[in-house]
Design a protein around this ligand. Structure first.
Ligand SMILES: [Zn+2]
Length: 569
């Protein structure tokens, strides 16, 4: 590609609208153009990066035995009504009517459409398993689109769907996709973790998220240094430390704690540690108040609470609302005598003679014990894991990191096939629902995540496999015949070797060419300028390490090919 011919506008200034690094750099490096909120045109440079991801995804999906198809983005509402998601999905589903007044929607995902295809076209166990995928534009009407391609309304996704005869067969399909995803993100040159995830609204029975590790990630991942364990913090199961201390239950007692409302203040005043105190928090779960008990130094994990209660929505309420419901002033709420439903974190269940709020201003209670002193409607793992907890798999040391979700694999089961009556005949001639799995990769998001993980103050540092161009050749002497000839020759030689190369043949100052090459994140830069005239050499620079070397024009192609080979996976 000749820079002078393409549309690759770079910006010196950072656009004010961009909050995160990848968004800033993608706008500055001419990846895209915003059409309206959350909707972008992909310009040539951005599209080239997306194509790199797509190619890797396509190769690995095909290798794993999946087959590509392409489904429409406009979908009839009737299919969504059949699956029951038309009502459930909420305002993120963009709904509209066509000229015949038929209800339609723009597909945020394609379970319904693929299930409709399969139920009409496959009827026998002999047709299974099958795994079909597409790389397609999706639409989700996000309430607050932001972060550029990270959370747009329109985005490019790879979605795959597997159909199997049984649960155990579906597990094999799942495993195959899991391995394909590991290969895909490894080949993209990204540092990632496959983590056990909460399956959320899709209602899967089992799922993993693939997270690209980056400081700016929206999700927190907990992982073990000593084994393969990694989980989304929302889903991380807590292994309790053994508690062998047997202490006799003491008599319940009221203690005065004047003006002490916060955990730290109460503990300091009573000369106890936060692990002897139990907090009572009130959540509204689908409009019903629920008291949740966790140790003083712990935090409630809302997703775990939601799952325990089977609620669509849980929300912690503020002090005023707590007062309206319980009549207890801020900081003194406790479970003894409380009339709302109470659920207890498993850790609290094993505690004896602990402290709680006294349900009265300026009072707490000591020697409190669950069940003896208050009714418990459920005990479960309800708190957030911390780095002081042992690894649930091996007992090793845990660490937390931030991550960006770029892929998700779900074992769906028969939810869609049952509601949409998608069945096949098994070996005995019996009708059975297909057992499904679905597997997504946010293709445009992978590019954004790659930039979040790989950049510096000067711009993007693309991993070689995702770089739109692997090499940029700078012609620093447009009017100099010798320099221009050498740059042109390198450009065509690299192209003939199959290297994606960008020739900067613009009439610009050397300084801005260097700046742009850094901003664009092209892994290798070749400078053809004065050195060629003076000593017959050109400079090769590695964007990532900053290392430079001077070589003769004849050596450049071989030098670059060997550097690229090291980086290609
Ligand atoms: Zn471990």
């Amino acid at each position: 590609m000749r820079y002078s011919e393409t549309l690759l506008p770079t910006l010196k200034e950072t656009p004010a609208e961009a909050e995160i690094v990848s968004h800033r750099l993608m706008l500055r490096a001419g990846f895209m153009h915003k059409l309206t909120s959350g909707i972008y045109s992909y310009l040539p440079y951005g599209l080239a990066a997306i194509r790199k991801v797509e190619n890797i995804v396509r190769e690995e999906m095909n290798r794993a035995g999946a087959h590509e198809l392409l489904m429409p983005s406009v979908q009839p509402a009737d299919l969504w009504k059949e699956s029951g998601r038309y009502e459930k999905y909420g305002p993120e589903l963009l709904r509209f009517r066509d000229r015949h007044d038929r209800e339609s929607c723009l597909g945020p995902t394609h379970e319904e459409v693929i299930t409709d295809i399969i139920r009409k076209m496959l009827h026998s166990y002999r047709d299974l398993p099958i795994n079909l995928y597409q790389i397609q534009t999706k639409f989700r009407d996000e309430i607050r689109p932001r972060f550029g391609l990270m959370r747009g309304r329109e985005f490019i996704m790879k979605d795959a769907y597997s159909f199997d005869v049984s649960d155990s067969a579906a597990e094999i399909s799942y495993r195959r996709m899991y391995e394909a995803y590991r290969r895909i993100f490894t080949r993209c040159g990204l540092e990632f973790r496959a983590v056990q995830a909460d399956s959320g609204a899709i209602g899967g029975s089992f799922s993993h998220e693939f997270m690209v590790l980056a400081e700016t990630g929206e999700d927190t991942v907990v992982f073990c240094r000593e084994c393969e364990y990694a989980a989304n913090i929302e889903k991380a199961v807590i292994r309790l430390k053994e508690n062998n201390q047997v202490e006799p239950l003491a008599e319940l007692e009221k203690v005065e704690t004047p003006g002490k409302r916060k955990v730290d203040a109460v503990c300091e005043f009573l000369q106890i540690s936060p692990d002897q105190l139990v907090k009572t928090l009130v959540f509204i779960a689908d409009s019903v108040p629920v008291g949740v008990l966790v140790r003083g130094d712990r935090e409630v994990e809302e997703v775990k609470l939601k799952n325990l209660l089977g609620a669509a929505d849980v929300e912690m309420i503020d002090d005023k609302q707590v007062y309206d419901i319980t009549g207890v002033p801020t900081g003194y709420l406790g479970p003894v005598g409380l009339t709302i439903k109470i659920v207890v974190d498993q850790e609290v269940e094993s505690m004896v003679n602990f402290y709680v709020g006294g349900n009265e201003k300026n009072y707490h209670m000591k020697n409190v014990n669950a069940i003896r002193d208050f009714e418990v409607s459920a005990v479960a793992d309800l708190r957030q894991i911390t780095t002081t907890d042992p690894c649930p798999e091996c007992g090793g040391k845990l660490e937390l990191t931030e991550g960006i979700e770029v892929g998700h694999v779900f074992k769906l089961g028969t939810g869609y096939s049952e509601s949409m009556q998608a069945t096949f005949q098994d070996e005995n001639g019996q009708e059975k629902p297909f057992v499904m799995g679905c597997y997504g990769i946010g293709v445009s998001r992978v590019v954004a995540a790659a930039i979040e993980q790989n950049h510096d103050d000067n711009g993007i540092i693309f991993p070689v496999p995702l770089a739109p161009y692997t090499v940029i050749v700078l012609n620093l002497g447009l009017k100099d015949k010798k320099i221009t000839e050498a740059a042109e020759r390198l450009y065509s030689e690299l192209q003939s070797q199959g290297v994606d190369v960008l020739l900067d043949d613009r009439d610009e100052r050397p300084g801005s060419k260097f700046k742009d090459a850094d901003l664009l994140g092209v892994p290798f830069r070749v400078t053809v300028g004065k050195s060629l005239t003076n000593s017959g050499l050109v400079e090769v620079r590695d964007r990532k390490s900053g290392a430079t070397e001077e070589v003769t024009p004849d050596q450049v192609v071989a030098v670059l090919l060997s550097k690229i080979a090291v980086e290609q996976i």
